[in-house]
Design a binder for this molecule. Structure first.
Ligand SMILES: Nc1ncnc2c1ncn2[C@@H]1O[C@H](COP(=O)(O)OP(=O)(O)OP(=O)(O)O)[C@@H](O)[C@H]1O
Ligand SMILES: [Mg+2]
Length: 273
């Protein structure tokens, strides 16, 4: 469904950001990307989404039958990026409006997407009336309203407390059971990566590259009990260890590698209110 072969990425004539990325995802895969800050995880998502061109190598994104049935793709950004003057329902409807879907289709898709994320009763609220977790769910509903076959998520739950994050992880997997999309999910949380994914790709920095891929053979559906299983905890420990070794080989200072990702991102504009 998604295939990158020997992909390299530079922005302009800047340094090599991604080097020799070989990565393929089959339909239904849930691929978690984890690695030190600045190793190119967001860049990789942008390449897959076609938001930025590949410098070298090949990238293909296709539907199961490929060709004309190219995958419908949706992107969930780290910030919920909701329009404050639109209601929840109008925000979710926006991508459908931009695609000129009929009013009846739009309404049905919005109703379905809001039900999926458990926010049907908040359709007429404005973003300022929502909690952080609810805003994120609206953002996910907006992505799901397109019935995507490929979902790209860039640290969607990074700013949330652990309990809310755990619950949203479970909700996300439940939605996936019903919608069956393929996912690329960027996170700084090993626990989250192992809980969600069937494949965890560990990246290293300078230049950004794939260090190792680990298969997560825990059965779906995954539940709170999954987190207390020995198999899960072993995987979390193993991946954390690998990640620490990757981190100490990069020249990222440890002060910078805190998993709080709000940091200095100048694009984070949603904080002003
Ligand atoms: N539009 C751009 N122009 C130039 N350089 C960029 C651009 N976007 C990202 N970069 C550079 O590419 C590198 C990788 O950035 P990217 O955002 O992909 O990292 P990341 O792994 O997502 O990091 P984080 O975990 O902090 O979100 C960084 O060195 C960054 O400065
Ligand atoms: Mg990023």
């Amino acid at each position: 469904m998604v295939e990158l072969r020997r992909v390299e990425k530079r922005y302009g004539d800047g340094p090599l950001i991604l080097d020799h990325i070989d990565l393929a995802a089959a339909p239904g895969d849930f691929v978690a990307l984890i690695g030190p800050s600045g190793c190119g995880k967001s860049t990789l998502l942008k390449l897959i989404a076609g938001l930025s061109p590949v410098t070298h190598g090949e990238l293909s994104v296709a539907g199961p039958d490929s060709g004309e049935n190219a995958a419908e793709l949706a992107y969930v950004f780290q910030e919920p990026t909701l329009l404050p003057w639109l209601t929840v329902a109008q925000n979710v409807e926006l991508p459908l409006t931009l695609r000129a879907a009929s009013a009846a289709n739009r309404e049905a898709a919005v109703t379905r997407a809001l039900a999926l994320v458990g926010l049907s009763s908040h359709a007429t609220f404005f973003p300022r009336q929502l909690s952080g977790g609810q805003k994120m769910r609206v953002s996910i509903a907006r992505a799901l309203s397109l019935s995507p076959r490929l979902l790209l998520l860039d640290e969607p739950f990074g700013a949330l407390d652990e309990m809310t994050r755990d619950r949203l992880n479970e909700e996300l997997l439940a939605i996936r059971e019903r919608q069956g999309w393929t996912a690329f999910f960027v996170t700084h949380s090993v626990a989250e990566a192992v809980f969600l994914a069937n494949r965890v790709v560990i990246m290293a920095a300078h230049p950004g590259r794939i260090h190792e891929e680990i298969r997560i053979d825990l059965p779906y559906p995954r539940t709170p009990e999954t987190r207390s299983s020995i198999a899960y905890q072993k995987l979390v420990a193993e991946i954390s260890r690998t990640l620490r070794s990757v981190d100490s080989h990069g020249d990222i200072s440890t002060q910078n590698s805190k998993p709080i990702t709000q940091s200095a991102a100048p694009s984070a504009s949603a904080r002003s209110t």
